[in-house]
Design a protein around this ligand. Sequence first.
Ligand code: ADP
Ligand code: MG
Length: 406
Amino acid sequence: MSFKQLDLSPSLLAALPDSIKLPTKIQQLAIPIALQNHDLLALAQTGSGKTLAFGLPLLHTINPLLAHIQALVIVPTRELATQVTTALQAISNPLNIKLVTLCGGTSQTQQLVRIDNGAQLIVATPGRLLDLLQQKRLTLDQTKQLVLDEADRLLEMGFWPELQKIIEFIPVTHQTLLYSATLPAALEYKAAQILQQPRRVEAHSINSVVESIEERLYLVNKGNKAKVLLWLIEQNQWPQVLVFISARDSADSFAKKLRKAGLNASALHGEKDQLERQQTLKDFHHGKLQVIVATDVLARGIHIDALPAVINLDLPANAPVYVHRVGRTAREGQTGVAISLVSHGEIDALNAIRKLTARELPLAEIAEFPVTDKPASGQSKRPPRDKQANRRTAKRRNEKRFKPRS
Ligand code: ADP
Ligand code: MG
């Protein structure tokens, strides 16, 4: 099937970048339904071309002669907003469609100037968008299409209240398109709340990991993770590797350890200044940086061309995040390796991932790093016998600390 057969306008087809020749499976499935103005829940694995699967029908439908915001794309992170903007701008520019990005960490004034110059398509993160809506600095009262990329993330509690408020600014009759690689069963009912008579397409089985990712899971001592990481990088000589860890300060300390060992490594997380975040990712894209140690701000949606390896220094507590982390490699039909270092304390997280992705995911050991940690015994898992007593002591301690000096 060709893009032409998808009934996209000739001007849009002419604007497609040269690298985009044939539609991917999710593009074939989702574009016709989106063009028919149905609400849609579209599920497809990481790296399968979801951005254009929602972007092309939006750009097809937007009228460049009408000077109001006609479509809105919401994404969970600033980095993803930038990436989606770049991908869509390559097509929106030749079509004279004005695209504006709204996200935190960058100058609000500049974003407002761009909006005042006329915006027809907005790509935004929820916080900044809601802020500007509440300040009445932009209006969505003629917006007809809403896309949630990484939809399940936006439906989670962290974003859900903001999202609901944003939707109230959009006219009741609008089209909603949800895209993701994962949708845990527990979030389906929330998706249903914002969709009307939706169609559902699954290009691959839901929550699945791309088959061409070689996943390896190693049981290691908790205290050996830094050593194993260095050893893996040295053994494999990957030109680049993306390392994930859940906590921000651990990302900093592991990046520091790698630099001490002579590697070109940086940390990237939400506490860093936005300019620094941008520069780090840019350096990685340009091959000037060998390792990024990132928190889950980079887990979803971010595309790095031909990234050969992902390493998880821990397993995410939220199982879908595993699918997204490992999905930074082996994109667009390429191959890649994803290695997870698992300590005894993370077995529950591993079991949740096994359950979500319906796979065995066996744990192996590395001969050079024998495991001497013992599994946590039932004993130590038991909560303290009298939690109330602990709380009472803590309270007394606090009261003492804050008592005004007489
Ligand atoms: P997803 O959102 O599903 O993870 P992306 O939309 O980020 O995937 O696309 C992954 C990569 O595939 C990008 O580099 C994009 O340019 C490329 N791509 C998308 N559609 C096509 C296509 N039809 N043909 C070739 N490459 C494509
Ligand atoms: Mg994507």
